[in-house]
Design a protein around this ligand. Sequence first.
Ligand code: ATP
Length: 324
Amino acid sequence: IKKVAVLTSGGDSPGMNAAIRSVVRTCAYHHVECIGVYRGYEGLIEGDFLELNARSVKGIINKGGTMLKSARSKTFRTKEGREQAYKSLKDKNVDGLVVIGGDGSFTGALVFNQEFNFPVMGIPGTIDNDIFGTTHTLGFDTALNTVVDAIDKIRDTASSHNRLFFVEVMGRDVGHIALNCGIAGGAEEILIPEEDLGLERLVESLNKSKKSGKSSSIVIVAEGDKIGKNIFELKDYVDENMEGYDVRVSVLGHMQRGGAPSCFDRVLASRMGVKAVEAMLNGESNYMVGLKNGKMELTPLDHAIKGKTKINLELLRVSDIMST
Ligand code: ATP
């Protein structure tokens, strides 16, 4: 491998910049050229490149978002689009590709590899932590800190007014952000897609905590939870079936995807970049780098795409005990 291209694709997450920096500097360390691709696969097709050296990535380790921009590309889903992308890479003499993104981006990378036998490596970048093969995706830890900070602030106003707050957090189809932040923010209930509490039991549980002397309550709702059709219908149900609380809804939204990456995410991004480039230089392809038992490990891309993450049952139990 003489020249590596790096791109960010799909939804952005804090730590992507730190990962770009790490890929670029690891290439420089091993005397391999590196080129950045703007706007994910879209930029790859258009040949929208940026030559990068160790100094071009200064001052970005602490920045949220991605300096290379991210995109979703319909054209890359077509054979013609991918042929064009291959041509762009060949024109620039690139012979390896590092993709920082989620499972959709990895699927694209795998298809690309199978068609053109082009070496690819994946770095998992998403706040949702929904990728198999790593205990932490890039941006997850930062998002947790952002959400806990928001919950703390909401609690101040909740307890000043005897309010019940439903706080919706991101996470797609999984409840990792909700469960962790619910515990850390002292939520009374945590509603996640992996566990169906049911509306009646929710009201029962809130009534119980009210009787036990709590003057305010916070319920964390994962965006993928199906207990209510949506969080506003959930509020209406509880409004109708519970007395004594002023019920409010707060949807945290995209602020969860932004902000300076946490120390954890910066270190993780740096480690993942080194591992991805060095594995590629050692002749590996079609793997995702991940954190397992504190170590950097490779997981075949197809496992990372198909495998499902599991909710931590111990955390579920802890959250139950804490809401006593
Ligand atoms: P996020 O977790 O934020 O959604 P993601 O990487 O899963 O990130 P997607 O939008 O699913 O985001 O995928 C990113 C891009 O990967 C798509 O826009 C498309 O260009 C490419 N891609 C996804 N699936 C395929 C596929 N089956 N074939 C080719 N390209 C694909």
